[in-house]
Design a protein around this ligand. Structure first.
Ligand code: AMP
Length: 308
C-alpha cells in the first residue's frame, strides 16, 4: 500500500444550481480528493491552509476518515478561501460569481517530514507556484505525481504552470482546458501535444460524457454513469482525481493497465459526488454502495462481439 500526499484548496463554497442554493459549506479541491481517496483506506495527508473561521467539525471529519490534517495550517485572524458559483440549467457550465483568496493568497505549503517520501503526490487545483514548491520539498522521487489544473492558471500564470506540467507523470484536465492548453480542437491531437509537454499520461475529463486516458499512442475510455438526477457537479473532477490516486496508491501499481482501473474507480466515485450538494454524498458513502455501483459500471460497458 502506498502513501498519498494531497495538496489543494480547503474552502467555503456557496453554490447555486437549478435545484437550490447553499450558504457556505465545506468545499475546495482537497476535501473532495481526500474523501474520495479515503474509500481505499490509504494513508493520506492534506497540505493546505484555512482561516480561524474554519469549523473544527470539518477538521474532525477528515480525522474520522483517517486523513492526516497536521499539515493544514490555521492562520489566526484570517479568513478561509471562499468560492461562489452558479450553474446553468444544463449543469455542464457554471459562472464563478465570487472568489476570495483570503489565506490562499500568501500560502506557503509545508510538506510534513513523514510525507516527504510519499509514493503518490496529488497536486489539486491551486496556484502552480504552490504545486512546484510541494514537488521541490519531496525527499524521495514519488512513484507518481498527478496534476489537476484549470483555465484560470493558463490565463494568469502559464509559465509556472508549464514548469509544473513538465515535472508530473499524469495530468487531469477537462476537454475545454485541454483545447486551450494545446491549441488543438481534436482531443487526440491535444493529448499528443500535452504529452510532449511532459506528462506520460493525459486524462481528459468530459463531464457527463466520461473520461479519456491517453498513453503512448494508446487510448482508454470510461463513460460516466448515466444518472437519473445530477444535483450539483461541484468537485466531480476532484473526486475523480481522489478515486484515481487513492486506488493507485492502494494497489501500488502504476502500469497503464492498472491506471485504466483507476479511471473507472475515479468515475465511479464522481458519480456519487454529484448527487448532493458539496461533499455531503461523499461523507456518508459506504463500501457497499460503491461496490454495487462498480458492478453497474461494468455492466454498462460490457458486451460480446465476435470479430473474425
Ligand atoms: P471542480 O468542480 O472540480 O472544478 O472543483 C470545485 C472546487 O474548486 C470548489 O470547491 C472550489 O472551492 C475550488 N476552487 C474554485 N476556484 C479555485 C481556485 N482559484 N483555487 C483553488 N480552488 C478553487
Amino acid at each position: 500500500m502506498g502513501k498519498l500526499l494531497i495538496v489543494g484548496s480547503v474552502a467555503f463554497d456557496a453554490i447555486e444550481t437549478p435545484f437550490g442554493k447553499t450558504d457556505k459549506i465545506l468545499g475546495g479541491a482537497a476535501p473532495f480528493i481526500s474523501l474520495a481517496a479515503s474509500q481505499f483506506n490509504v494513508e493520506s495527508a492534506i497540505v493546505s491552509v484555512v482561516g480561524e473561521d474554519f469549523p473544527q467539525e470539518y477538521l474532525d471529519l477528515f480525522s474520522e476518515k483517517n486523513i492526516d490534517i497536521n499539515a493544514i495550517e490555521i492562520v489566526k485572524g484570517e479568513k478561509t478561501f471562499f468560492w461562489k458559483g452558479k450553474y446553468h440549467n444544463d449543469l455542464n457550465s457554471r459562472d464563478t460569481l465570487e472568489t476570495q483568496l483570503n489565506v490562499l493568497a500568501n500560502f506557503k505549503p509545508v510538506v510534513p517530514e513523514n510525507y516527504k517520501n510519499a509514493d503518490v503526490v496529488m497536486l489539486g487545483n491551486l496556484n502552480p507556484s504552490v504545486q512546484l514548491s510541494v514537488i521541490a520539498q519531496m525527499e524521495t522521487k514519488p512513484k507518481l505525481i498527478v496534476l489537476d489544473t484549470m483555465n484560470f492558471w493558463m490565463d494568469n500564470t502559464l509559465d509556472e504552470l508549464m514548469d509544473v506540467i513538465e515535472k508530473v507523470d499524469v495530468i487531469t484536465i477537462n476537454d475545454e482546458e485541454a483545447r486551450q492548453l494545446s491549441g488543438e480542437y481534436s482531443l487526440v491531437k491535444a493529448a499528443e501535444k500535452i504529452h510532449a509537454m511532459g506528462p506520460k499520461y493525459v486524462v481528459i475529463k468530459k463531464g457527463e460524457h466520461g473520461a479519456l486516458l491517453f498513453h503512448n499512442g494508446n487510448v482508454f475510455f470510461a463513460p460516466a454513469l448515466p444518472l437519473e438526477e445530477v444535483f450539483d457537479p461541484t468537485g466531480a473532477g476532484d473526486t475523480f482525481a481522489g478515486g484515481f490516486t487513492g486506488y493507485l496508491a492502494k494497489t501500488d501499481d502504476y502500469s497503464f493497465e492498472n491506471m485504466k482501473r483507476a479511471v473507472i474507480h475515479g468515475s465511479n466515485l464522481a458519480s456519487f459526488c454529484v448527487e448532493k450538494f458539496g461533499t455531503r454524498r461523499l461523507k456518508e458513502l459506504g463500501p457497499d454502495e460503491v461496490y454495487k455501483r462498480l458492478q453497474q459500471f461494468k455492466a454498462l460497458t460490457q458486451f460480446d462481439i465476435e470479430i473474425s
